[in-house]
Write a protein that binds this ligand. Structure first.
Ligand SMILES: Cc1ncc(COP(=O)(O)O)c(C=O)c1O
Length: 636
């Protein structure tokens, strides 16, 4: 694309990085609308703007979380293909058993879709609590798929796991604490059942990335070498060595650096080899989760990225394990992965509408007209700086402008400046900063202080969503999610914006955006047009966000729509899960509708008795109050 050429969709694809973070699932069509390709590159394309229209025609209001069944299926196949290819390449004999850790997204329709897509691949489930196990007991129906029980366990948890074994599921109870073996020995005696167990290893090597402390010797979970030796001794004393089927480690989610993963696999593979000498039925090597998602598309070891591909991940696991087993003449185990993030993150896209604009810092001023409006020297000087600005003096002008603004603020604080002069002075200052920023485009080298200007000169777009509910990791751990407008991508975005949500919390903002080299502190966006809906899509929100989301200000779950492509090629909304209503979220905090309605009725009666309202007016106010309980928690 030549510099100065008119804007087109290719420029938007580049600017927003669709091809970097989108893994082929997202792009832009000729109409300038964001699209989703559920089957990846070359597959059918769904126009997000049209999907929003179709949802709205069905009275499904924004914000809407779209879940794409096709992407879930495609991710699973991608992972499976990577391991099959690696095993074929290295002549690995052990086979691959994918497992979905349901903690990553327990939404019923997501889990069911994965189970049905993974039937032929023998996709198993991993659970970490009793509620997750209860769900898995009912949904997991494939005798050739694993059911892995992680997390701390009590007797009830273990008994539930044994129930699954009784009905023919292949259950592995992963031992997190030595005392769990004692409990299992008791249950086995009482119920005459022989459980399958696994050891979660507490490896010496840590992971890398935000969750690096999930691994290493001080990790919360797992058994250290001494504990494993003791466990093997205990099992031998009871003649139960053949309970051990699996060796497992999990060094944290979102492992950004492949070298830390390789180090962990090496250590764990040696443990597998050692344990196999004591446990004749050991046959699974479970590398846990950790496979990352490249949220910013930079392909680096940055927290929101990853410096490797799925294929590289699979090849490294398979090769290291094969080498360790071959050297020790141990039969190749089946490789188990519990990669949830990489399976479901891509599948969900949140679309939210912009409600308005605040904090406009993109402004211009007619500097020549300023002397006619004020006699205040500082303001006149600011306007003069604007008139005298050239690319050559722009750094010096910035320094002068900052100093002059300080003087202006002091004058105002001391009561020496009127509110009108202060307003005009501020406008000149921001107009000057915008002009300086434009002038820097002429420079061959842009000095550091000028480079900070774009992040300063941002407007705020208010969006009808709650960051805390829909993208909590953006707030809690500074996770980057790719965000783009869903329309007008064939127009140049001339505004720099940050996003604010509708909660009453100053943290309810997104001010960090995906960038290949660094973090971008603004998002390019289009001018809002009167009467035209302008929406953003937040991509890659399928992992953890829904379940970690909270109800700050009582904004509840958003509407969720499962999208699939029917056999005849038509788009189908296969499931619609309506978001929380006002009544739902109030009930969550123990406010019963009947009680509230009755109390409000008393207040209205009192107002009627005092003559503030007529009986008829009170009826209208009662009806309005009642109605809101069934309504969506987001703004209309
Ligand atoms: C034991 C276990 N397995 C799998 C996962 C999922 O990992 P990921 O988020 O990398 O998919 C987790 C999450 O932390 C976990 O604790």
């Amino acid at each position: 694309m030549l510099p100065g050429a008119p804007w087109d969709v290719a420029k938007s694809i580049q600017l927003y990085g669709f091809d970097y973070w989108g893994a082929g699932y997202f792009g832009v069509n000729d109409q300038g609308n964001a699209i989703v390709r559920p089957d990846g590159h070359g597959g059918p394309e769904l126009d997000l703007h049209e999907l929003v229209d179709q949802a709205r025609q069905r009275d499904i209001r924004l914000p809407i979380l779209f879940r794409f069944n096709g992407i879930l299926r495609h991710r699973l196949k991608t992972l499976h293909r990577a391991f099959s290819a690696a095993m074929a390449e290295y002549d690995y004999q052990g086979g691959y058993r994918p497992v979905y850790p349901i903690k990553v997204n327990q939404q019923r329709h997501v889990v069911s879709e994965l189970i049905s897509a993974g039937r032929d691949l023998h996709l198993g489930l991993e659970v970490g609590s009793k509620p997750e196990l209860v769900a898995a007991l009912a949904l997991h129906e494939n005798p050739d798929a694993l059911l892995i029980c992680n997390g701390y366990k009590d007797r009830q948890y273990l008994e539930l796991a044994m129930m699954a074994q009784r009905v023919g599921r292949e259950v592995i109870v992963v031992i997190e604490k030595p005392s769990e073996i004692d409990l299992l020995l008791q249950i086995s005696r009482e119920q005459d059942i022989e459980p399958g167990i696994g050891f979660r290893l507490r490896l010496a090597g840590r992971g890398a990335g935000r969750w690096e402390r999930s691994g290493g010797e001080r990790a919360k979970f797992g058994l250290n070498v001494a504990e494993i030796a003791a466990a093997l001794k205990l099992l031998k004393e009871h003649g139960k060595q053949d309970w051990v089927r699996l060796v497992h480690f999990h060094n944290g989610s979102q492992l950004t650096n492949i070298s830390s993963l390789k180090q962990a696999v090496r250590e764990a593979a040696q443990m597998y080899v050692q344990v196999s000498r004591y446990s004749p039925r050991l046959k699974y090597f479970d590398v846990g989760g950790g496979l990352a998602v490249d949220y910013d598309g930079s392909k680096t070891a940055f927290e929101s990225s990853m410096n490797y591909t799925v294929d590289e991940y699979a090849r490294d696991v398979v090769w290291i394990l094969k080498e360790a087993c071959d050297n020790a003449e141990v039969v190749h185990p089946s490789v188990v992965t519990e990669c949830g993030r990489a399976m479901v993150a891509f599948g969900s896209v949140l679309v939210a509408e912009v409600l308005g604009l605040a904090n406009t810092f993109t402004t211009t001023v007619d500097a020549k007209a300023v002397p006619g409006q004020t006699e205040e020297d500082t303001v006149l000087n600011m306007a003069q700086l604007l008139q005298d600005l050239t690319p050559k003096n722009c750094q010096e002008t910035l320094h002068d402008a900052v100093e002059l603004r300080q003087t202006m603020l002091s004058q105002f604080s001391l009561g020496l400046m009127s509110i009108e002069d202060r307003a005009l002075g501020d406008q000149c200052y921001w107009a000057l900063l915008n002009a300086i920023n434009s002038a820097t485009k002429e420079l061959h080298y842009v000095p550091e202080d000028l480079r900070r200007l774009p992040a300063l000169l941002t407007d705020t777009y208010f969006c009808n969503l709650s960051i805390f509910q829909s993208m909590p990791d953006s707030w809690a751990i500074d996770q980057i999610f790719p965000i783009t407008p869903i329309t007008r991508l064939n127009e140049e975005p001339r505004r720099r914006v940050v996003l604010a949500d509708i909660t009453c919390d100053s943290d309810g903002k997104v001010e960090r955006f995906a960038d290949l080299r660094d973090i971008k502190h603004y998002l390019p966006a289009h001018e809002l047009k009167e009467g035209e809906r302008y929406c953003f899509a937040v991509f890659l929100v399928g992992a953890y966000q829904e379940i970690l989301g909270d109800m700050h200000n009582l904004f509840g779950d958003t509407n969720a729509v499962h999208v699939d492509i029917a056999r005849d090629g038509r788009v189908a909304f296969t499931n619609v899960v309506h978001g929380d209503t006002v009544g739902d979220v109030l009930r969550y905090v123990a406010f019963e509708k009947s009680d509230l309605v009755e109390r409000w009725r008393h207040a209205l009666e009192a107002a009627v008795a005092e003559g503030r309202l007529t009986a008829r007016e009170s009826a209208v106010l009662q009806r309005k109050y009642d109605e809101v309980f069934g309504d969506y928690t987001y703004l209309r």
